[in-house]
Write a protein that binds this ligand. Structure first.
Ligand code: PXL
Length: 284
C-alpha cells in the first residue's frame, strides 16, 4: 500500500523552499503527499525584499477538520515554516485531528538561521515551537533554531563537541525521540549533522565538505530528503547519510549552473535518485 504524508509549510512562490520542495521530494519518494499551506508568500524572506505575505491561519483548522472526516491514515505529519507562533496551537490541534499512533510526526522548526530568527517571525515562536517538538518523533533544527529552542545564546563558532552534545540532550529532553541538528561543524571546510536518539549516550556526527556560500532553503531540502529516506525504510543514520549526499549533489549542480543562490538549490536534478531510492526500497 502506498504511504501517505501530510506536509504543513508555507508556499513561497519563488525561491525553492517549504512546500515547493517538500511536495516534489516526497512524491518522488513514492509518498502520496497532501499539503496544508500555512502562509502564501511571493518569495522566501531571505535575500529578497518587497515580498507579499498572506497568513493562512484562518484556514488551518477548517481544512484539517474536513480532512479528518475522510478517515485517511497519514504515515507522516511533516511541519515546517509557520506564519506566527500562535499557529503552533493550531498545528497541535491538527495533529489531534489527523495523526494516529503510527504517524511519524516530523518537525522542522524552520524559524531562523545564522544566529537570527527569520524576518517575519514573532518573539513567541521559539517557546511555541518547543510544544511542537515535544509532540514530534523526529526534529530537525539547525544550530540557530536549536539555541533558540533551548533559550540559550547562539554558539556559532564556539560550538564544540561538548556544546553540541549538551544541546542535543536538551532537545531530546523536550520529549522527542530523535534529534538531528544541522549546520554543525568542528573544523573549517566541513558541515554536517549531529544525531541523538533516545537510548544513545552521545550524539553521532556525519560530515560533508562545506561550500563557502549561503544556500537558501537547504534546511527544507535536507529535511525533505531525510524524511523521504526514512519513509522508504532507511534507519535514521542511513537516511541522514542519504540526505547529506543528495544535498551535496544538489549544491554541486547549483554551483555548476551559476543560478543566483537566492533561488535555492537545484534539487530537481537529483529527483531521479530519489525515485531510484524508492524503487530499490520496494525490492529490499
Ligand atoms: O527555508 C525556510 C523558509 C521557509 N519559508 C519562508 C522563508 C524561509 C527562510 O527564509 O522565508 C517564507
Amino acid at each position: 500500500m502506498q504511504k501517505r504524508a501530510i506536509a504543513i509549510h508555507d508556499i513561497s512562490c519563488v525561491g525553492r523552499c517549504s512546500l515547493t520542495v517538500a511536495l516534489p521530494i516526497l512524491s518522488a519518494a513514492g509518498l502520496n503527499t497532501a499539503v496544508i499551506p500555512t502562509a502564501l508568500l511571493s518569495t522566501h524572506t531571505g535575500e529578497f525584499t518587497g515580498y507579499t505575505h498572506l497568513d493562512l491561519s484562518s484556514q488551518l483548522l477548517p481544512i484539517a477538520s474536513h480532512l479528518s472526516t475522510l478517515g485517511l491514515h497519514y504515515d507522516t505529519f511533516y511541519s515546517g515554516y509557520l506564519a506566527n507562533g500562535a499557529q503552533v496551537d493550531d498545528v497541535l490541534k491538527m495533529m489531534d485531528l489527523l495523526c494516529d499512533d503510527q504517524t511519524h510526526i516530523f518537525v522542522d522548526p524552520a524559524f531562523g538561521d545564522h544566529g537570527r530568527m527569520y524576518s517575519l517571525m514573532d518573539p513567541s515562536m521559539p517557546s511555541q515551537m518547543r510544544k511542537l517538538c515535544s509532540r514530534a518523533r523526529t526534529i530537525v533544527p539547525n544550530l540557530t533554531e536549536a539555541a533558540f529552542l533551548l533559550d540559550e545564546p547562539y554558539p556559532g563558532e564556539a560550538a564544540d563537541e561538548k556544546c553540541i552534545s549538551r544541546m542535543c540532550r536538551g532537545l531530546l529532553d523536550l520529549g522527542t525521540e530523535n534529534v538531528v541538528v544541522t549546520d554543525v561543524h568542528f573544523r573549517d571546510g566541513e558541515t554536517g549533522v549531529a544525531i541523538l536518539s533516545r537510548g544513545m549516550d552521545k550524539p553521532m556526527y556525519l560530515f560533508r565538505p562545506r561550500f563557502p556560500h549561503v544556500f537558501h532553503g537547504t534546511g527544507d531540502v535536507f529535511a525533505s530528503f531525510l524524511l523521504a529516506a526514512l519513509m522508504n525504510g532507511q534507519a535514521l543514520k542511513e537516511a541522514a547519510e542519504t540526505a547529506l549526499d543528495l544535498i551535496q549533489l544538489s549544491i554541486r549542480e547549483t554551483l555548476a549552473d551559476g543560478e543566483p543562490l537566492r533561488y535555492g538549490v537545484q534539487f530537481e536534478k537529483v529527483l531521479g535518485r530519489v525515485v531510484e531510492m524508492h524503487e530499490s526500497s520496494k525490492e529490499g
